[in-house]
Structure formats: C-alpha cells, structure tokens
Design a protein around this ligand. Structure first.
Ligand code: BG6
Length: 318
C-alpha cells in the first residue's frame, strides 16, 4: 500500500501516508517495533503487528479491493449504524464505506487511554447523502491506539446531536488471521444463547465445550463475557479479545461454499481467517439528544503458553 511518507509526528509516533487512491492512512508505532495501520476509508484498521518479529495479526484477503465506496475485505471494519442487512441502509451500515477525518481536538478520554500509547483520533459526521439514508445527526469519534505492549485498542464514541432520540446497532468486524481454521477454538462462548444468521436469526443455545469449526458459522452470541479467547493451536498463539459496552460477540466464517460467492475473497481463504466481533446487535443502543455511547475493544495476541487460568480469572472479573 501507500509508501509516500509525508509527515512524521514525533510526539504521537504517527506517520501519515497515502494509499494508491490518494486516501490517507495513519501508521502507529511503538518503541518495541509494533505497528498498526488505519485507513481514513472507513476508519478501518488494515494492519496490526504487535512486536518486532512483525507478523501480521489481521487477515486481509489477497482479492481485497481497495477502492471506494466499498470497504476492503479484512482488517477491522466499523459497522455502524447497523450490523447486518435490514431496511434501506447499506449492509453493516455506511460508516465502513465513508472517508473519515483526523480529529484534532477530540473531547478528552481517560488519561490512561493516552499514557504511553501512540494513537490517532478520527471523526465521522453524516453527509447530506447519509442523512437521506438515515436522518439522524451524530458525531462518531474513533480512537485507535497501540500500547507499549503492542495491544491494539479501539474506542468508539457516538454522540447524538439530533433533536430526537435514535437507535443503532454496531460491531467491530474483526478479521483475525489464523493458521488453519480447523485448529482454532474459541473459549468464553460455551453455553451461551446465540442468534443464528444462517437460520433467520433464530435463537439457539451453545452446547459442549469450546467452539470449534467444521462448517459455515454466522452467529451473534448474546450477553457474552468481557473477555473471549481465540486459540490458534498450530501457530501457538492466542488472541485475547476484551470488550466494554458491547454485550454481543459475532462469530463468522464463510466456509467453502460462501467463499466462492464472494468476489473479493479467495476460494480457500476461509481457512486462514476468523471474524470475532465485539458488537451490540440484539438490543440496539438508543441515545437521547446530547447523549453519548462508548464501545471499547482491546485485542492482544499472546503465546498460547499464556495461562488459560489467568484468562478464566479475568473473565470472572478478578
Ligand atoms: C458477517 C455477517 O459479520 O459479515 C455475515 O454475519 C456477512 O452475514 C459477513 O456475510 C460479511 O459481510 P460483508 O458485507 O462484508 O460481505
């Protein structure tokens, strides 16, 4: 992607480059060699490496199309003001298809969100065209930050600047890179209820132990824990997904048949990705005039020797 280094901001350890469509991308770096790349197209995180070895942790399709107005297949997409496809709005909402701007003076966040981190603040406001689709004025502020430990944090703040209340659903549609989907399992969703997108969102209850994969999965797990772990056995890596303000977890893998129907996705690529999204889908978020909602996602990638008991304790809130 873009290689024309333009500005280097020492204070924030961010660099701005342009992609081949002329759209800005922000590169965050930390002193230990971690990096993240965020496109102003969609406010989409398109790369994340948490250490010097530089292994890419987010999946991007080799057939991804980096061209407006569609979001490119991979990374972390912001799905807003809806997750899914109902009504007249674009599938997964319009936010992922829009050009965001850098927010020079965002309202303050807790100092811990800045301390020792490199970050960028982005802003999306509806255009006249967006207001025709969805007649609600809002300010959507997104902070993406990279911690000293290489962890990636996304904080979304949506403010109602409308005269009337409005409701929305939301997801951080996160394409994790995995070695082989048949070697992957998710811990933390056992015994939960889920809505199955493959059965018109019918409600089921998860049975058995950890979740493993052998066919298409497209589910919204309800009231899921704050911490979920994705274990990649073959690569000996565990993704730890922490979320706040996001009650649901969406899990998606298109598997073989659906992969073949997607123009911007390779036939075999389903083996190397898994979407696990912090989301608010079952119960939309409602904001009264002047109100603000915050939804936070934190991704870590740790060697799988990282004790599962430790995760268990974190899940229970210790
Ligand atoms: C998932 C949905 O999150 O995203 C699926 O649950 C959908 O139903 C998938 O197919 C990809 O959506 P899109 O619009 O990016 O092709």
């Amino acid at each position: 992607m873009g290689h024309h280094a333009a500005v280097w901001d020492h204070r924030a350890a961010t660099e701005i480059t342009k992609d081949w469509n002329g759209i800005d991308q922000v590169v965050l770096r930390n002193p230990h060699g971690a990096s993240a790349r965020i496109s102003l197209h969609g406010g989409q995180v398109i790369s994340w490496r948490n250490n010097e070895q530089g292994e890419e942790l987010l999946f991007t399709s080799s057939k991804a199309i980096f061209k407006s107005p569609k979001a490119m297949r991979g990374g972390i997409q912001i799905c807003y003001p809806q997750f899914g496809d109902c009504g007249s709005l674009d599938q997964h909402g319009f936010a992922r298809n829009k050009i965001w701007v850098i927010d020079d003076s965002p309202p303050p966040l807790h100092p811990n969100e800045s301390l020792g981190k490199s970050f960028v603040d982005l802003l999306l406001k509806p255009s006249d065209e967006d207001l025709k689709q969805w007649p609600h004025s809002f300010e959507f502020r997104l902070r993406v930050s990279l911690g000293a430990d290489g962890d990636l944090t996304l904080i979304s703040r949506v403010r109602n600047i409308n005269g009337k209340p409005f409701s929305f659903s939301f997801a951080y549609h996160s394409y994790l890179s995995v070695s082989d989907i048949s070697e992957v399992r998710i811990e933390g969703l056992e015994t939960l209820d889920y809505l199955d997108n493959l059965c018109r969102r019918e409600r089921f209850t998860e049975q058995g132990d950890a979740l493993t994969f052998e066919s298409e999965v497209d589910r919204i797990y309800l009231s899921s824990p704050k911490v979920v772990a994705v274990l990649d056995h073959e690569r000996k890596r565990t993704y730890v997904i922490r979320k706040e303000g996001l009650p649901d977890t969406v899990v998606w893998n298109p598997w073989e048949k659906k992969s073949k129907t997607m123009a911007d996705f390779g036939d075999e690529e389903y083996k190397h990705m898994l979407c696990v999204d912090g989301a608010a889908v079952e119960r939309p978020i409602t904001l009264k005039p002047g109100e603000e909602w915050t939804g936070k996602l934190k991704l870590s990638a740790v060697p799988s020797s990282f004790c599962t008991d430790q995760l268990e304790l974190q899940r229970k809130g210790f």
